[in-house]
Design a protein around this ligand. Structure first.
Ligand code: ATP
Length: 234
């Protein structure tokens, strides 16, 4: 059964019909990269999934609550990596345990440590976020999303602010997390990273899914057509 099911999703901003019947199913264990030209609605689609936008019509079914990471990494800079990851659990902690990080329960700290291990950053747990590199900060943000105990991880341009090597590392990490059982959907602006690291490539164009293929099968012409103004995949 899909961990994420998007059916006939439509969304307009005024006269601008951004999404016009988007369908997408993502299974546990799958890493789907979403491609498409600027303004084609990639972020809007993800934002509809997490509830940051209200769709006009269509349905979104998620197994549990989705978690999302962004291009701009919103960490509390003066706190440690571990405290930032613990913050992923704030939604399920009683207020009295969440006001100050010193009150984070021991079990939560252990869970957060495990999340840091999964993203390969356990040895930086005690470091303040501000001292970490961009790639390391994005790992912390991903660990924080894992600490939300999500089954569906969404990432909106998670590597756009990173240098090429960090971008590959984070994309490969998303692939590994999918292989551990998460459903992962990431908006990428680098088609070559999508075909290298994702299992499936979905291209949006004209408000719809124009390409939906395994990363191994998608052609360069199909990808190129997504970036032609008004273009439709070949
Ligand atoms: N809150 C909003 N109000 C009005 N228009 C919006 C709003 N959010 C997005 N849009 C418009 O919807 C369209 C799709 O935006 P969206 O950010 O989803 O595109 P995108 O594919 O993620 O683009 P990019 O690759 O540039 O990030 C754009 O024309 C954008 O200006």
């Amino acid at each position: 059964m899909p961990a994420l099911r998007i059916s006939n999703l439509s969304k307009s901003f005024g006269e601008n019909r951004v999404l016009d019947g988007v369908d997408l199913n993502v299974e546990p264990g799958e890493f789907v990269a979403v491609l498409g030209a600027n303004g084609c609605g990639k972020s809007t689609a993800l934002r509809c999934v997490v509830g940051l936008e209200q769709p006009d019509s269509g349905e979104v079914d998620v197994d549990g609550r989705p978690a999302m990471v962004f291009q701009r990494i919103h960490l509390v800079h003066r706190r440690t990596a571990l405290d930032n990851v613990c913050a992923g659990a704030l939604g399920r902690l009683p207020l009295s345990r969440s006001i100050t990080p010193r009150l984070f329960p021991r079990e939560l700290r252990e869970e957060a440590m495990w999340c840091l291990e999964r993203v390969g950053l356990a040895d930086h747990a005690g470091e303040r976020a501000v001292r970490l590199s961009g790639g390391q900060q994005q790992r912390v943000a991903i660990a924080r999303a894992l600490c939300q105990r999500t089954n569906v991880l969404l990432a909106d341009e998670p590597v756009s602010a990173l240098d090429p090597s960090a971008a590959v590392n984070i994309s490969e990490l998303l692939g590994r997390l999918a292989e551990e059982g998460l459903a992962v959907v990431a908006v990428l602006h680098q088609p070559q990273l999508a075909t290298r690291c994702a299992h499936r490539v979905v291209g949006l164009s004209g408000g719809r899914v124009a390409v939906d293929r395994s990363a191994a099968a998608v052609s360069q012409a199909e990808v190129d057509a997504l970036y032609v103004p008004g273009g439709v995949a070949v």
